[in-house]
Design a protein around this ligand. Structure first.
Ligand code: GLN
Length: 488
């Protein structure tokens, strides 16, 4: 059961091959036995899972089921869950139990999907390796010595290790796509504003976007159907109606124009990664797509622009954690200043503090024009590069990351080396575009991802290209060694 896709599980539930209670027990059991070595979950509430599964079985029996009724789904611990701890990977929120659901969580609940648990993540979603979590690092199921990627590393590892059929993640600069690539799964970051941000703990509000992570494009489409849509409670959520993301999955790729940005295939891309990306592109060409060289001339400015804008927004968003309103509060403060400083000193980890310092500096009087304003002007140029490309091509493709997963600890003392990991993913967020990563091969047993980037609100096309690719290849069907040695 644990090896089945979401689409197969839906069919199995409706054909009464198994119940949601049996299905949920299967995943709870696997988490209990196997997650000790992976650390992908922060919180799992078994009795709530089984109660929700029982209710889902009744709904299916009564004939009122929605597509995801009875399907267990893991959620990044950044989404507020009513009555269930939402830590955001931080000591600051270790004791925070939200009094309401994020809009996205509410949508899953209304469909009758089961909230299987809350997944591990980099603290406040800041990182590319899941090593900044207060709850300890996550291991990559393909090789426990490797990072799973970040910041949605728990979600990616849980799906790859078949501890959950699918999960949610968030992507501010690559945090769905990069861990999907490192763990050999499929993930899509929708257009900015496509999925509500209400109840999703804010990191960088103009960049943050939630999306699905699963083992195939088809499964991502099934989840996105539930997640996408306007939310009147989120002023940045788009009013454009969401589409049925499953409807166009099988469309032919004949005539599709795929842009290959020169800047994504040059220096910095490992040779063996480049070879696999190239053969993945040949597969798309064989299905009728045309490959066109394009240019994103401001690509070299994406890391500096992002690492000013994201920390600047983070520094203001995280000012709310003051020991008064949410979460951690230091013991016996002598005065208000002591309360603020000691609470924040104790509650935040090193990477979060680094970002707050950089962001506060970039926004301060005298430096605002030189850093924040300049970075916003550069952001505009980066966005324009994509607009120009999309006049010539329908989608853009390239590597998700410069190479496969690296070893735990390899970059944790070198923030700049860590930031360089994001070189191919950040621009998509700066431009607000949809982007996805799909499995495209292995280097020394480590998975690699092909990144697809679309026009605003063109998620259905990305999913279509990814699905057609997955119909012709089996990279997404490869599974890491199962420590329990179980057959599906
Ligand atoms: N790695 C990037 C960062 O550390 C992106 C994180 C994310 O997308 N949440 O900011």
């Amino acid at each position: 059961m644990h090896d089945k896709s979401v689409a197969q599980l839906i069919a199995g539930l409706h054909a009464r091959q198994f119940s949601s209670v049996e299905l949920s027990r299967c995943f709870l059991d696997r988490i209990g036995r196997l997650d000790g070595a992976i650390n992908s979950f922060i919180t799992v509430d078994e009795s709530a899972v089984l109660a929700a599964a029982g209710a889902a079985d009744q709904r299916i029996a009564a004939g009122g089921a929605a597509p995801l009724t009875g399907i267990p789904i893991a959620h990044k611990d950044i989404f507020c869950t009513d009555g269930m701890r939402t830590s955001c990977g931080s000591r600051m929120l270790d004791n925070f139990v939200p009094p309401y659901d994020a809009t996205l969580i509410g949508k899953f609940r209304r469909e009758g999907a089961i909230i299987l648990g809350k997944t591990n993540m980099d603290e406040f979603a800041m990182g590319s390796s899941n090593e900044s979590s207060y709850y300890g690092p996550v291991s990559n199921p393909w090789d426990k010595r490797l990072v799973p990627g970040g910041s949605s590393g728990g979600s990616a590892a849980a799906v790859a290790a078949m501890l959950a059929p699918a999960a949610t993640g968030t992507d501010t600069g690559g945090s769905i796509r990069q861990p999907a690539a490192f763990c050999g799964i499929t993930g899509i970051k929708p257009t900015y504003g496509r999925v509500s941000r209400l109840g999703m703990v804010a990191f960088a509000s103009s960049l943050d976007q939630a999306g699905p992570m699963a083992r195939s494009a088809e499964d991502c489409a099934l989840l996105l159907n539930c997640m996408a849509g306007h939310d009147p409670l989120d002023s940045t959520s788009s009013e454009l109606p969401a589409e049925d993301y499953c409807a166009r999955l099988d469309n032919s790729l004949e005539g599709l124009r795929i842009g290959l940005p020169r800047e994504y295939f040059g220096e910095g891309l490992a040779a063996d990664t480049a070879r696999h990306i190239d053969s993945a592109l040949r597969e798309l060409e064989a299905q009728g797509a045309t490959l066109v060289e394009v240019s994103l001339p401001h690509s070299h400015l994406t890391i500096p622009a992002y690492y000013v804008i994201a920390p600047a927004e983070a520094s203001t968003n995280l000012s709310r954690f003051d020991g008064v309103r949410y979460g951690h509060r230091c013991k016996d403060p002598v005065d208000l200043h002591d309360l603020y400083t000691r609470t924040r000193e104790e509650g935040f980890g090193a990477e979060v503090k680094r970002r707050i310092l950089v962001g506060t500096y970039a926004l301060s009087a005298g430096y605002y024009d030189a850093y924040y304003k300049k970075a916003q002007q550069v952001r505009r140029l980066i966005k324009q590069d994509f607009t120009d490309c999309f006049e010539q091509v329908d989608i853009i493709a390239g590597p998700t990351t410069p190479g496969p997963a690296f070893a735990l600890g390899a970059k944790s003392d070198d923030p700049v080396a860590m930031y360089l990991e994001d070189i191919y993913t950040l621009a998509v967020n700066l431009a607000g575009l949809p982007g996805m990563s799909i499995p495209a091969g292995f280097v020394d047993g480590k998975p690699l991802g092909l990144q697809l980037i679309g026009r605003h609100f063109d998620e259905a096309r990305l999913l279509n290209v990814a699905h057609r690719f997955q119909q012709a290849t089996d990279w997404h069907l490869q599974r890491p060694p199962d420590p329990a040695g179980e057959e599906s």
